[in-house]
Design a protein around this ligand. Structure first.
Ligand code: BMA
Length: 387
């Protein structure tokens, strides 16, 4: 009598072990590894932890958050978001524009030396840095908005500007390699090259670039950075809302699962109140596209840039932005920079996307901050994203 009981017990134990192993292997494959097979330990940790974090909510991000805000510049420890909530954003956006020419400051005036320091502070307290690059047009030498045809072809291998472009990438690589935390480790970066390519305003946009050319540019970029020893990047694929209404539109220039870690889009609300409904409909549609793609391709997803210039709607944060995202599991939403009064814009106007003390949407932003599924610095510090 004893033996059959023992056998049943052994069988049951083996069965339970089998189930638990299956469970483990599923957990390990979900999230897998970033596209860079030599990614640093901290980069892999961030990538994996972001899969876990999206179950809890989405991080709030702000461009140039620590550099300046409306009516202030370079005040140590300051951020408009911190003035309003007492907490920093969880994601901090930066741009490499002008590093190509080894200039001291980026295209919006932030000294690269300060940017490096800010990124270090962010990493040290467990926040997340993301980088875009409004890289000049290498063919004309004008800025990123010079969308003359033929530019992408000119930078690809064999193109007339290829060597020059590699030099520009060397300058970017040098900066990316110089980013170290207080622990001496390379700072992981969510890197978002060739952003908003479904628009028609940058030299890499789809109006002047075929899918094959774009994919080649993307793969060249990833491979070249890796060849320079840059292994702290998580690669973010990014469309505009323009010309994207279906999953096929979104995926039209997708270089492949081995080349992309995060799928994302940019979208801005424009005009007066009547545009709100369209904005909400568009965001909902695009968020459902990126979350579907993320699920199917085992990737992360994000709204990499958004905002309503000068936030004239007092309830915009909870009433529009959070409303549109709903319970969808994206990793972050980032609003653009708080420049303040902008003399060069046509017409000159206030140019900012996050609230500041006294701004009309300040109170609503604190409600947005308090929502269970919005994550700020204090939330992500606890999550130890780099371990
Ligand atoms: C735009 C504006 C510009 C800025 C550019 C790149 O949306 O904010 O003033 O130079 O982004 O940051």
């Amino acid at each position: 009598m004893q033996n059959p009981v023992r056998n049943i017990f052994i069988l049951l134990a083996a069965f339970l072990l089998l189930i638990s192993c299956k469970g483990t292997s599923q957990t390990v494959t979900s999230g897998t590894l970033p596209v860079d097979k030599n990614a640093t330990k901290e980069t892999i940790a961030l990538y994996k932890n972001l899969f876990r974090l999206k179950e809890k909510g989405y991080m709030f991000g702000h461009q140039d958050a620590l550099a300046y805000g409306v009516e202030w510049k370079y005040e140590a420890g300051r951020s408009d978001i911190k003035d309003v909530t007492g907490d920093y954003p969880a994601v901090y956006g930066w741009d490499l524009g002008r590093i190509e020419n080894r200039e001291d400051k980026d295209l919006d005036g932030v000294p690269f030396a300060k940017m490096r320091e800010f990124m270090k502070q962010v990493y040290d307290r467990g926040g997340v840095n993301t980088v875009s690059w409004h890289v000049n047009n290498p063919l004309s030498g004008k800025d990123a908005w010079d969308n003359a045809p033929g530019t992408v072809v000119s930078v690809l291998p064999g193109g007339s500007q290829h060597e020059k472009y590699k030099g520009w990438m060397d300058n970017a690589a040098e900066f990316l390699l110089s980013l170290k935390g207080s622990d001496g480790k390379p700072i992981p970066i969510l890197y978002r090259p060739y952003h908003e390519f479904t628009g028609d305003w940058f030299w890499w946009c789809k109006n002047t670039t075929t899918p094959e050319q774009f994919k080649e540019l993307w793969k060249f970029t990833v491979t070249y950075f890796q060849s320079k020893g840059v292994h702290n990047l998580i690669y973010v694929y990014n469309t505009s809302n323009e010309n994207v209404t279906t999953k096929a539109d979104f995926m039209g220039y997708y270089p492949g699962d081995e080349w992309v870690d995060v799928v994302s889009f940019d979208i801005y609300q424009g005009g007066d109140g009547a545009k709100r409904d369209k904005f909400i409909t568009d965001i909902k549609k695009l968020v459902s596209i990126i979350t579907d793609v993320a699920k199917e391709h085992n990737k992360l997803s994000a709204i990499a840039e958004t905002g309503y210039e000068a936030v004239p709607d007092a309830k915009w944060w909870t009433g529009t932005l959070a409303e549109a995202i709903g319970k969808q599991q994206i990793s972050y939403v980032l609003v653009w920079r708080n420049h303040g009064w902008n003399e060069w814009m046509k017409p000159p106007r206030m140019h900012y996307y996050a609230p500041y003390k006294g701004q009309v949407s300040e109170k609503d932003f604190t409600d947005f901050y308090k929502k269970d599924n919005t994550l700020f610095q204090s939330d992500v510090t606890k999550e130890k994203l780099y371990r």
